[in-house]
Design a protein around this ligand. Structure first.
Ligand code: HEM
Length: 229
């Protein structure tokens, strides 16, 4: 029962955010499309074929960074004797503390001044960046984002969740063109045609986001068309 409660809405919320951001970001959509096309997955794709697709990882990681499936704190209680944080601040024994990944995942000192926008390429090495510099930046981003699955005591379904999300997104975008009816995405990567006539684009439209400890997004009208083989 716990697995169903803990594993259902969290995973579906995480899948929804990937679809939403891809519909808003033609550049990321095109890069993912290119990666999936070269991977020529045998559908339904298996885990062994989807686990090492770097851009797929990047898109999913960036989506979950901005919208973690659980968007409030899991409390911890400071132990007897209290606890001193690395920066020297002291937390008295018995104090309840917690970290909300929705907040820490937008830390400008870790993700940069554009932390509030979806930019999967932040996870890739920049041209001007030395290898060690990139490794360190990537490690900090990764460590911060790990709180999406809790810290210390962590999610038991973490690896299953990532397997489900990667397989679903890889299969969905290998089989269908998925575009947001009301979002700025107008270019369909496979046909190179534009969708504006079919669906007037309302650049102001945003989804409805409800945080009820679990995150619920709605009002995301999409067009899904099976891609010609
Ligand atoms: C993207 C999807 C998911 C997210 C974001 C997520 C997140 C979390 C978080 C933040 C916790 C709390 C950790 C803590 O105590 O601080 C947790 C616990 C848990 N999750 Fe997940 N989870 C996801 C998917 C799943 C799935 C698919 C399952 C099982 C099939 C699952 C099973 C559990 C269980 C059983 C716990 C409780 C662990 C315990 O009591 O020690 N989760 N999850």
């Amino acid at each position: 029962m716990l697995s169903i409660l803990a594993g259902g809405d969290t995973t579906s919320a995480s899948m929804r955010v990937v679809v939403y951001y891809l519909a808003e970001s033609p550049d990321a959509y095109r890069k993912l499309f290119t990666e999936l096309t070269s991977a020529s997955l045998t559908l339904p794709a298996q885990w062994k074929d989807t686990r090492d697709l770097p851009y797929l990882d990047t898109v999913i990681g960036e989506s979950m960074r901005l919208n973690p499936g659980i968007a409030m704190v899991f409390e911890r209680v400071a132990p007897d004797g209290g606890y001193t944080l690395p920066d020297g601040r002291y937390i008295p024994a018995g104090t309840k503390v917690g970290i909300n990944p929705s907040v820490t995942n937008r830390d400008y000192t870790v993700f940069g001044q554009d932390a509030d926008i979806f930019r999967p390429d932040r996870w890739l090495r920049q041209e001007s960046e030395a290898a060690e510099e990139y490794q360190e930046r990537h490690r900090r981003m990764n460590d911060t984002c790990n709180f999406v699955f809790g810290g210390g005591r962590i999610c038991m379904g973490r690896y299953l969740a990532m397997l489900e999300i990667k397989k679903l997104i890889a299969i969905l975008y290998s089989t269908f063109d998925v575009s947001g009816v009301l979002y700025p995405l107008v270019q369909r990567p496979c046909t190179r045609t534009f969708d504006t006539q079919l669906h007037p684009v309302d650049h102001k439209h945003e989804w409805t986001y409800r945080n009820a400890w679990l995150a619920y997004q709605s009002d995301m009208p999409m067009t899904i068309t099976r891609r010609a083989v």
